[in-house]
Ligand binder design. Structure first.
Ligand SMILES: Nc1ncnc2c1ncn2[C@@H]1O[C@H](COP(=O)(O)OP(=O)(O)O)[C@@H](O)[C@H]1O
Ligand SMILES: [Mg+2]
Length: 321
């Protein structure tokens, strides 16, 4: 038999009364893959994680982890998954080390092994110095790091992270991404949700874009970037009247340029492809190029185009613990 897919969602639906929070989503995550669920607040990301990890029963559809139906094998699937919720599940009064050991006990990790793992995780997350500090006294970044460490105490095969860097400062977010990347490099299967495009780009092999409970695209980040590159344009200004260049440029490039103003035109396409044509047309018209600008849409703009969402939707922050 072929090795089972790490995570398989088949027609997952979650309704809350009239609200369809997750609207029949299906996808596969292969072993060792890092898969990102990218979408704005309220898109259904947390609800999906909860169904995939057995914390919430789907209204319809099926979630499987390593070939096991989560609904009917909850104990077994919990044994090989780590879950990092949006809000930490650790205890304020326990120290960093005690929290790790307690979590290890909950997961049934034997005492010696649990101590060994806890030490290794404190080191991996650079928290050795904070080992004896109560959780509540740690900085926001350290709390998040320890919450991830705790989810790894039983050495899971699949790690679920719900918005791992939300509410963290740039440095803390960067160091957590580094650790997540290291875990991925070591072969762990990672499923993370985020509303940061950059984060999905850095960390994920595949990105599923989720909007209002539906997946609107599943692509590799490179593909998303390619889609953005296709939207490149070159804008140039000439001495004198640019409108005489519209027809010759349309003939050369196959696309009619847009008239920005009397001396400026915009052509769709990459600089490499367009520049020779522009130079030739301008020269033939006896004019001179005054300036050239490449308009390169960002990955964010590609995202906006795919989802039809305004960029401010994604920029909307929410506080995290
Ligand atoms: N327990 C619940 N009861 C009712 N509605 C819920 C519940 N949990 C989530 N929702 C709603 O489901 C939608 C998706 O929520 P959620 O999965 O938390 O989104 P995200 O994690 O992408 O921000 C939202 O409209 C949210 O208000
Ligand atoms: Mg959420």
């Amino acid at each position: 038999m072929a090795t089972p897919t790490a995570i398989k969602a088949s027609g997952l639906v979650k309704r809350y009364g009239d609200l369809v929070a997750v609207d029949s989503i299906s996808f596969d995550v292969e072993k060792g893959e890092s898969f990102g669920f990218l979408g704005p607040n309220g898109a259904g990301k947390t609800t999906t994680i909860r169904m995939l990890t057995g914390l919430s029963k789907p209204t319809a559809g099926k979630a499987e982890l390593l070939g096991l139906d989560v609904g009917s094998n909850a104990t077994r699937t919990k044994g090989f998954t780590g879950v990092v919720p949006e809000v930490s599940n650790l205890y304020d009064e326990l120290t960093a080390l005690e929290n790790l050991l307690f979590m290890g006990k909950l997961y049934g990790v034997a005492s010696t092994e649990r101590h060994r793992r806890a030490e290794a995780l404190l080191e991996l997350f650079r928290l050795q110095e904070k080992r004896d500090r109560p959780f509540r006294t740690l900085s926001r970044g350290m709390k998040r790091a320890l919450t991830i460490a705790a989810a790894l105490i039983h050495n899971p095969k699949i790690l679920f992270l719900d918005e791992p860097t939300v509410g963290l400062d740039v440095m803390a977010a960067r160091s957590l991404r580094k650790v997540i990347k290291e875990l991925h490099d070591q072969g762990m299967t990672i499923f993370l949700t985020t509303h940061y495009l950059e984060e999905a780009d850095i960390l994920c092999d595949h990105i599923a874009i989720i909007v209002k409970g539906r997946i609107v695209a599943i692509e590799r980040p490179e593909k998303l970037k390619e889609m953005a590159i296709k939207e490149q344009a070159v804008e140039f200004t000439v001495s004198g009247d640019a409108s005489t260049l519209v027809e010759p440029l349309a003939a050369l490039t196959g696309f009619k340029p847009i008239i920005v103003n009397s001396s400026t035109l915009r052509c769709s396409g990459t600089t490499n492809r367009l520049l020779p044509h522009i130079c030739r047309a301008v020269q033939d018209a006896g004019a001179e190029i005054v300036s050239v600008n490449t308009i390169r849409p960002t990955l964010e703009e590609a995202f906006v185009r795919i989802t039809g969402l305004s960029p401010t939707v994604m920029a909307t922050e929410k506080g995290g613990k």
